[in-house]
Design a protein around this ligand. Structure first.
Ligand code: GLC
Length: 411
């Protein structure tokens, strides 16, 4: 028996595609969010970044607009990362926060939530559990856990309704008692509809943890279908993923993924019902790098042309060959067709021509029509028992959306 998802979990699954943002003091160095650790930067030296941190081009409304244009329905922002610096007003818990940073003096989380609310994008909070700054993390762990809970309570009580909390760092002390029940109780008390995630990291992708956890994580990996049979509670799945090889801004990291790869990755996530949380690492001043923005705009173009069905529809029994698959919203089915060529392109350039008959299996119900979502073209098909054969023409010359989606109507 597969358990029925709670309302908040079902709503989270329908968000489908979100933006992850890693922004902190480290962003000013442009060498990733772990640079303090890897270069062993002493505290005094690292703290200089606290004084130069201005976030002068961190424009929350603009970021929310960018996310929306990319087709992203939520944003998960690092309210505090491992360096221990908070983007929010910790209300006296610590001086190591954006409102105390002399060149900033703003509560960036307040701005973030407002920007998201104005654009209708759901705000979510990443929060570290591993802390390199707070001495109690190593010296007095129970006191540290209280500090963590108090911090989370600040986040849950000062910014209105939030979409969720996304924790990261429990893997740093694998044997420790993190008192997770107590931490999650703080959230359930103030934000009963918030999603709770605790990243299981690269070593334990897809692992189900504490009973309050609402979604498993697949850090940087292609998610495997979750076997929910017999689970006590239905958990969602989310894969977080970098645009290049770093979460925090990496000026020298040119290893960007291609738009085609990103589109296929988004599809691979939705194929198993997982959300994709795609990361941007803003520059030290808080602005989104042009190349990252451009990649996101490609995602938005794809969703606009082909991918509207990624949000409401879910995996179903229909199977395709190779990477092809289908989703359903309960009424219609959506066929995600990969590796099609471009019409006529063989005459002008070297390109594959993967058009032709595509077979889909386990199609229940009598098919009335099949048509491409991008241009409305109706497709020829043949239904034989449970098999559906669709003739999939290539992309019209001048386009190539990488994955093309055909909508199936039933009688
Ligand atoms: C890892 C890293 C961290 C990053 C996170 C995102 O756990 O420690 O820097 O924030 O992954 O998934």
């Amino acid at each position: 028996m597969i358990p029925v998802p709670e309302k908040r979990v079902a709503a989270f699954e329908k968000l489908g595609f979100g933006m992850f943002i890693h922004f902190g003091l480290y962003s000013q160095l442009g060498k990733g969010e772990w640079i303090k650790h890897f270069e062993n930067i002493p505290d005094e030296k690292y703290n200089e970044l606290f004084y130069t941190f201005s976030a002068k081009n961190f424009d929350a409304r603009e970021i929310a607009k960018t996310a929306k244009a990319a087709g992203m329905k939520y944003i998960t922002l690092t309210t505090r990362h491992h360096e221990g610096f908070s983007l929010y007003d910790t209300r006296g818990l610590s001086d190591y926060d954006a409102p105390h940073a002399p060149a900033c003096r703003r509560d960036l989380i307040k701005e973030f939530v407002e920007g998201c609310n104005e654009e209708g994008v759901v705000p979510m909070f990443y929060h570290t559990t591993l802390d390199w700054h707070e001495k109690s993390f190593n010296d007095d762990f129970p006191a540290y856990l209280q500090y963590l809970r108090d911090s989370v309570e600040v986040l849950c009580t000062n910014y209105g309704k939030i979409g969720g909390l996304w924790f990261d760092g429990n893997w740093s002390k694998p044997g420790a008692d993190w008192e997770e029940d107590k931490l999650y109780a703080v959230i359930r008390k103030h934000q009963p509809d918030a999603i709770i995630v605790n990243n299981t990291g690269l070593g334990a992708r897809g692992k189900v943890g504490n009973k309050e956890i609402d979604s498993v994580t697949y850090e940087q990996g292609r998610p495997e279908p979750l076997d929910r049979d017999g689970m006590e509670k239905y958990v969602a799945a989310e894969m977080c993923y970098t645009l290049n090889d770093h979460w925090g801004c990496g000026h020298g990291d040119l290893n960007y993924k291609s738009p085609a790869g990103l589109i296929e990755t988004l599809c691979a996530c939705r194929k198993i019902g997982a959300n994709l949380l795609l990361n941007v690492g803003p520059d030290g001043d808080g602005s989104i790098l042009p190349i990252q923005k451009q990649l996101l705009m490609c995602m938005g173009s794809w969703i606009g042309a082909c991918g509207e069905s990624i949000y409401e529809s879910k995996p179903c029994g229909i199977k395709g060959d190779g990477k092809n698959f289908a989703l359903t919203d309960g009424k219609k089915a959506y066929l995600y067709i990969h590796d099609l060529g471009v019409n006529g392109l063989a005459k002008v350039s070297v390109c594959g021509d993967g058009e032709g008959i595509k077979r889909f299996y386990n199609v229940e119900g009598k098919v009335k029509s099949v048509r491409y979502t991008d241009n409305g073209e109706t497709l020829d098909f043949l239904q034989k028992q449970d098999d559906l054969y669709v003739y999939a023409p290539p992309f019209p010359y001048g386009t190539n959306y990488v994955v093309r989606v055909a909508e199936v109507e039933f009688e």
